[in-house]
Design a protein around this ligand. Structure first.
Ligand SMILES: [Zn+2]
Length: 393
């Protein structure tokens, strides 16, 4: 790779404070695909250095921190997942990775896969066998017997069994763990508001992850399960339909991320009566409390990160615009939306090497139009995407 300069009329660095928006500036990318310098274009121009002048706004590559590469986004993604041949699932996962790049997403977290496909995608992207965003995968999710999505993952009871499942995932190469703290919308017969894994069981998973420097994401919708997950020490709360004051306080004081996955609900609502009745019923009960919870989290300044839950009904990969537009509708300013998809996404994954534009970070860069940046349009498409110093779009 050659050293290259990328200039733009406006740069959004996602760094809090005065340095967040720069004008007539440029990013100098070194031969290793890292940011060597950032500042006024005129100051960074050098003889013999190639310069690409980009339109619109240059910002960090986006992070979608809640995806499922193995799910089909059909009316019945869980049923498909159980019936589908792993070869077909793999092909879909490869296409999904490409869709993320089209949308400007340069890092994803996969929070529940099958057949080790999500885990292998981590390496296939790392060694350039497949084009896609960097993948951080949880392997098989960990649920209680009869719990939400238990048919897709480890179905376990008791601390020892949770520990064994966690250790197996970590042995298989998971870069984080995913546990099921409450019921969910897509699983027939479970209530989203009800707690599932106990606090002790969740703590066992957290301990196993911490021993090897990994994190834990908790599917957590009802208040009891969310509170217990936070006490158990999980790193991120996924969905957060009913956030108690206790949960908001713990989230805010600890800086742990909330991943609302509003896109999942929006996309299911759009399917309307085409969905199974049991899902339609649950959607009616969760939509309003969910939005209220996210508004309260926003008002208190919690760290909110973008995750689409791609792979759920009507919610294909590359859908991060739906999540951004939904946050904007709930009162997040454009800057807050883009921060949720950059700096906060990196915080959710505990990654210090991306999510902001400053010296030493990976050169994960995208460029979008001013109209898309300021309006946070659902249908935005970047006109430039670079991952680790390599231009992909
Ligand atoms: Zn999910």
């Amino acid at each position: 790779m050659m050293r290259q300069l990328f200039s733009a009329p406006r740069i959004f660095t996602a760094r809090a404070g005065e340095q967040e928006t720069l004008v007539d500036s440029a990013v100098l990318v070194d031969a290793e695909g890292r940011i060597e310098a950032i500042g006024k274009t005129l100051d960074l121009r050098q003889k013999g250095l190639s310069e690409t002048q980009l339109d619109g706004v240059l910002l960090p590559g986006l992070l979608d921190v809640h995806t499922h590469l193995c799910l089909s986004a059909s009316m019945d993604p869980f049923g498909d997942a159980l019936a589908e041949h792993p070869a077909r699932m793999t092909l879909r996962a490869v296409a999904a990775l490409s869709a993320h790049i089209d949308a400007g997403v340069t890092t994803i977290r996969d929070v529940g896969g099958l057949h080790g496909i999500d885990l292998e995608m981590q390496h296939l992207v790392d060694d350039d066998s497949v084009e896609g965003p960097a993948v951080f995968a949880a392997g098989k999710l960990i649920a209680m017997t009869g719990g939400h999505a238990c048919m897709l993952g480890f179905e376990v009871d008791g601390e020892d069994a949770v520990r064994a499942a966690a250790r197996q995932n970590l042995k298989d190469g998971a870069r984080l763990l995913k546990i099921i703290a409450t019921g969910g919308v897509l699983t027939k017969g479970v209530r989203p508001g009800a707690q599932q894994l106990s606090e002790h069981e969740m703590r066992a998973a957290v301990e196993e992850a911490q021993k090897v420097g990994k994190t834990v994401a908790a599917h957590a919708q009802g208040a009891d399960g969310i509170d217990a997950a936070l006490r158990a020490g999980v790193n991120t709360i996924e969905h957060g339909f009913w956030l108690s004051d206790y949960a908001l306080e713990r989230l805010c004081e600890s800086g742990r991320a909330l991943v609302p996955t509003l896109a999942a609900i929006r996309c299911m609502e759009r399917l309307g009566e085409a969905l199974p009745e049991s899902i339609q019923e649950k959607l009616k009960t969760v939509a309003t409390p969910h939005e209220d919870s996210i508004r309260r989290a926003h008002a208190r300044g919690c760290c909110v990160a973008t995750g689409t839950d791609a792979g759920t009904p009507g919610n294909p990969h590359g859908n991060i615009g739906v999540e951004l537009a939904a946050l904007h509708e709930l009162g997040f300013s454009p800057e807050e939306c883009w921060r949720a998809a950059t700096a906060n996404g990196a915080k959710a994954l505990s990654l210090k090497d991306r999510g902001e534009l400053c010296v030493g970070k990976r050169a994960d860069l995208i460029a979008i139009s001013d109209e898309n940046f300021d309006g946070v349009l659902e249908s935005f498409r970047p006109h430039f995407v670079m991952r680790g110093g390599r231009r992909l779009r």
